[in-house]
Ligand binder design. Structure first.
Ligand SMILES: Nc1ncnc2c1ncn2[C@@H]1O[C@H](COP(=O)(O)OP(=O)(O)OP(=O)(O)O)[C@@H](O)[C@H]1O
Length: 241
């Protein structure tokens, strides 16, 4: 059980990301270079480093939004039989979409609202996509929204007009509900008050106890100290040149 719990889920080797600014004479901007790290079940890896060192860029590479310029990102897909390791940088689009449904979740800072869909269904959607019934997914969504203190009068309304903190809580619930073994978190508590920050810390700790691997950006020191099992320092770009 212990071995199962400490199983490696993410393996990054020699990862580099360089932006080429085509509209500015092709200037090349190195952001990440030669990054090596792993993340295992029960670990919360916190990306640290000053503004502009590439923390969000790294999360986007790990989610497959940005294509790495060099190196390897391997994710363990525990949802299928056969070879569990998938090389994200080489995976065809359909495979990336399947990984996002079953293996890797991403809580961005801002909710991408879906027009005319109420908050409860926005949250329930990832669990339904993984095969849960409508009722089961909505019940779990209601449980999460209640824990995150989202007022019930908002549950059936589309979140587009919600406050920043309300949208962030919908976003966190949507990110957590699918039970993805790997979860990326980009400042999930940035817009929250102290009470709701504490709820999110509790939910993150539960996710770790369930054996999920988390990789995140947390600018709030108290939150970072409460959830981090390891820091991953990023080097400033000047040190890369
Ligand atoms: N799509 C892009 N095209 C060009 N440059 C980009 C792009 N995305 C990020 N960058 C550049 O990469 C660098 C790192 O940005 P990133 O947002 O990853 O940093 P960060 O460490 O998350 O910063 P912060 O802590 O301020 O959010 C910045 O110089 C940024 O301008």
């Amino acid at each position: 059980m212990q071995a199962e719990h400490s199983q490696k889920l993410v393996e990054v080797r020699g990862l580099g990301k360089m932006f080429t600014l085509h509209n500015q004479g092709g200037i090349r901007l190195p952001v990440l270079r030669a990054m090596d790290f792993d993340a295992a079940r029960g670990e919360c890896l916190v990306l640290s480093g000053p503004s502009g060192t590439g923390k969000s860029t790294l999360l986007r590479c790990l989610y497959g939004n940005y294509l790495a310029t060099e190196g390897s990102i391997r994710l363990r897909d525990t949802s299928t039989e056969g070879e569990p390791w998938v090389e994200l940088t080489q995976a065809p689009e359909q495979r990336v979409l399947k990984l996002r449904r079953d293996v890797i979740g991403y809580v961005s800072q801002f909710l991408r609202a879906i027009p005319r869909v109420g908050a409860l269904d926005v949250v329930a959607d990832p669990l339904r996509q993984r095969g849960a019934s409508h009722e089961e997914a909505r019940a779990r969504a209601a449980d999460l929204l209640a824990r995150l203190n989202l007022p019930r009068r908002l549950w059936d309304l589309p979140p587009a007009t919600f406050s920043g903190g309300e949208q962030q809580r919908v976003n966190i619930a949507r990110g957590l509900i699918g039970g993805h073994p790997i979860l990326l978190l980009d400042e999930p508590t940035a817009s929250l008050d102290a009470d709701n920050r504490a709820v999110v810390v509790g939910l993150i700790r539960e996710a770790l106890a369930e054996g999920r691997a988390l990789i995140g950006i947390f600018h709030d020191e108290a939150v970072r100290d409460a959830v981090a099992t390891r820091l991953l320092p990023l080097q400033p770009a000047t040190a890369l040149a």
